[in-house]
Design a protein around this ligand. Structure first.
Ligand code: SIN
Length: 295
């Protein structure tokens, strides 16, 4: 049918409710599996820029719906650990501590064990990521989000001036063997996988490409060194920045509810998986949106 004759997509009725926390809002009433018109999409996009993490409640949706909704924001990443892709959906990384009948893990059980921003180890890190709850533990399993704009703004003017011109190396491999020693089920990386995750150099302070706000951009998971500083000085500065960047004043703790779909902005936030007791099952599906080169 010619576009001019197609019926317009009706708006959905939904509310955006800001959390009583430094960041975050919940979206109630929207169904991401139904068509979303341009004006509803613009509201969601604006809320994402304003609140940095959005919790879409009660999304009883299929992997295809998550992939299609994620793609509205940009092309998707395929994670280097292809072992944990959802069958038939290479864009979905399974985040789970569950083991299959053969004893093999069905997903990445220790994803997010250290504070990080997704894919910061690539020259074009992620714009944002979405996690959809499939199976939740009766206790634990929270995800924490720390606002890196607030972290930047709370630095002393002296420290701001010191770190603003600096760059730092980010490496996927930095903590890989340490995690593998704790969790031997983590696959040994092939040479092809290692080649896909060459370290990247990023600004220590990045400017959000859509809002123009500055944010700290270093993480205990991936940042290995400040370029051009002696190792001891680099270690001391990074330790100071890591401790500062996740102060409680910047953090929202997400306690998962069934069917939550959580969408965060990796250009504004770092996140951390708080951990799940070993005897309890947790499974989420993650999609990761490609982003721009940080500046
Ligand atoms: C992740 O960092 O991708 C996972 C976070 C979580 O499991 O809560």
């Amino acid at each position: 049918m010619p576009a001019a004759l197609q019926a317009p997509v009706p708006s959905q009725t939904f509310e955006i409710r800001r959390f009583d926390a430094p960041v975050g809002a919940e979206i109630v009433g929207l169904d991401i599996s139904r068509p979303i018109n341009d004006s509803d999409f613009a509201r969601i996009h604006r809320a994402h820029l304003d609140h940095h993490v959005l919790v879409f409640r009660d999304q009883r949706v299929q992997p295809n719906d998550q992939v299609a909704f994620s793609r509205r924001f940009g092309p998707l990443e395929i994670h280097v650990l292809h072992q944990f892709q959802l069958k038939g959906h290479p864009e979905i990384l399974i985040v789970s501590n569950i083991r299959g009948e053969n004893g093999e893990p069905i997903g990445l059980g220790d994803a997010g064990a250290y504070w990080h921003s997704d894919i910061s180890y690539k020259s074009e890190p992620s714009l944002g990521s979405l996690l959809h709850a499939q199976e939740l533990p009766s206790e634990g399993g929270d995800t924490l989000f720390a606002d890196q704009h607030l972290a930047w703004e709370a630095l002393s003017p002296q420290l701001q001036a010191r770190v603003l011109p600096l760059t730092a190396e980010h490496s996927y491999l930095a903590k890989y063997e340490e995690l593998r020693a704790k969790n031997p089920w983590r696959p040994k990386l092939s040479q092809e996988q290692i080649d896909q995750v060459k370290p990247a150099v990023q600004p220590v302070v990045r400017t959000h490409p859509e809002t123009g706000r500055k944010a700290l951009f270093v993480s205990e998971h991936f940042t290995t060194r400040i370029v051009g500083l002696p190792q001891a000085e680099s270690d001391a500065l990074l330790a100071e920045l890591f401790a500062h960047s996740v102060k409680p004043d910047f953090v929202y703790r997400h306690r998962w509810q069934p069917h939550d779909l959580v969408f965060w902005d990796n250009r504004s936030l770092m996140h951390l998986a708080a951990g799940t007791p070993d005897h309890l099952r947790r499974k989420l599906y993650r999609t990761t949106i490609k982003g721009d080169r940080p500046r």
